[in-house]
Design a protein around this ligand. Structure first.
Ligand SMILES: Cc1ncc(COP(=O)(O)O)c(C=O)c1O
Length: 386
């Protein structure tokens, strides 16, 4: 960047312009509703991403994409710089998105009728992915502690693993509670998985979004994990590229590399071309923008804390360590469906119950937006709660 080039700052457009977006988030509700729902942010594209997409449009470069070898190299460089995680670029397979990747990876390890463990409350489609591979769902719910919030419950995991499931679907960082699992927890998980011969599929889509105060541990860096786990990554959450369709599946051992060789050969053709070029630009040149985004999200998290304290003091929450998602316990409001209560006052939130056991009477609020929109949303929510 030259000295006189303005800084590439994440910005959010005024609401009138956001409403012109045609993504699902902006088309699901009437114009007078603020959608703090689907996990995409309202931030404008980082400049390096915008540049490659503009150039592709300029060239009418809209054919089929090819991810190799750039995607693996870009992710490996990014992971090395950010997390001190060494990835062999040749051990990175590509998939349309993380959802598709999870289903394909589960198919490699799970036979119909086997069971797969998840830890609710968790990203709502997890149970559907397990059903999609004709597996039985087993739950090892997160444990809640008033002082510490939501964490993996290692006892519940051991009880579930003792039933010899084929796989555990980990969410790290965990959506919706925003927990970044600690190295100790992950080491204990790996030890259990090794003891009971369980494959771990680690959904790390939110990894670049770990906020100040926490540190991400890639599962495959935990001793022993590489032999029994694969990790899924995508630039789609941090750089807001969900509609462009590109994700990466990472193996860290010969065993897992051999397993990934069994993925359908034409999976690589099902990616989005714009997804690949945008993702490579994000991992390669999107670091400075991401750092500014994380500072913004940190500020938004503090703003939310203040707004909740002042406007909705009975709502209980533990500020997330990662993501732009806040998991709000609305039990004290006394309404069995708080999302309906807030929607009637013009704020759409994700209903907690859709994240499974433990989510009742919660809502998930997406604070990946401007300070102005967040403030307006909380003002409306305070009226709803009166
Ligand atoms: C934990 C988690 N996994 C997967 C997804 C979906 O990812 P994709 O759009 O790449 O399928 C999301 C989206 O919010 C998510 O939060």
């Amino acid at each position: 960047m030259s000295i006189d080039e303005p800084l590439d700052v994440p910005t959010v457009d005024p609401i009138e312009r956001l409403r012109e977006r045609r993504s699902a988030k902006w088309r699901t509700h009437p114009a007078d509703v603020l959608p703090l729902t689907v996990a995409e942010t309202d931030f404008n594209l980082a400049r390096p991403i915008r540049a490659v997409l503009d150039r592709a449009l300029d060239l009418s470069d809209v054919g089929y994409g090819v991810a190799e070898p750039e995607l693996g190299r870009a992710l490996a460089d990014f992971a090395g710089r950010r997390w001190d995680w060494t990835i062999d670029p040749g051990s990175v397979a590509v998939a349309t998105d993380v959802s598709t990747a999870v289903v394909h990876v589960l198919r490699l390890f799970v036979r119909p009728g086997d069971s797969v463990v998840i830890s609710p409350p968790v990203y709502a489609p997890f149970p559907g992915w397990v059903r999609e591979v004709d597996a039985r769902l087993v739950e090892a719910p997160l444990r809640y502690d008033e002082a510490d919030g939501w964490r993996l419950d290692l006892d519940a995991l051991e009880a579930a693993f003792a039933g010899r499931p084929a796989a555990y679907l980990l969410c790290n960082p965990h959506n919706p509670v925003g927990r970044v699992h600690s190295p100790e927890e992950l080491a204990a998980l790996v030890e259990l998985a090794a003891r009971y011969d369980v494959t771990v599929v680690s959904d790390e889509i939110h990894a670049p979004l770990v906020l100040p105060g926490a540190q991400f541990t890639p599962l495959l860096t935990v001793p022993g994990a590489a032999d029994l786990a694969v990790s899924l990554h995508s630039a789609s959450k941090a750089w807001n590229l969900a509609g462009l369709k590109c994700a990466a599946i990472v193996a860290g051992s010969d065993r897992m590399r051999a397993a990934l060789d069994e993925l359908p050969a034409d999976l690589r053709w099902r990616i989005g071309h714009f997804g690949v070029i945008a993702t490579v630009a994000a991992y390669t040149d999107g670091g400075p923008w991401l750092d500014l985004l994380l500072a913004d999200l940190d500020a938004r998290r503090s703003q939310l804390a203040t707004l909740l304290r002042d406007n909705l003091p009975s709502v209980n929450w533990h500020p997330p360590e990662a993501t732009f998602l806040a998991w709000l316990d609305c039990q004290a409001l006394g309404d069995p469906s708080p999302q309906e209560q807030f929607l009637s006052h013009g704020v759409a939130l994700e209903p907690g119950a859709s994240f499974g056991a433990g989510g009742e009477r919660h809502v998930r609020l997406n604070f990946g937006t401007s300070a102005t929109i967040l403030e307006e949303a909380l003002t409306r929510m305070a009226h709803a709660a009166k």
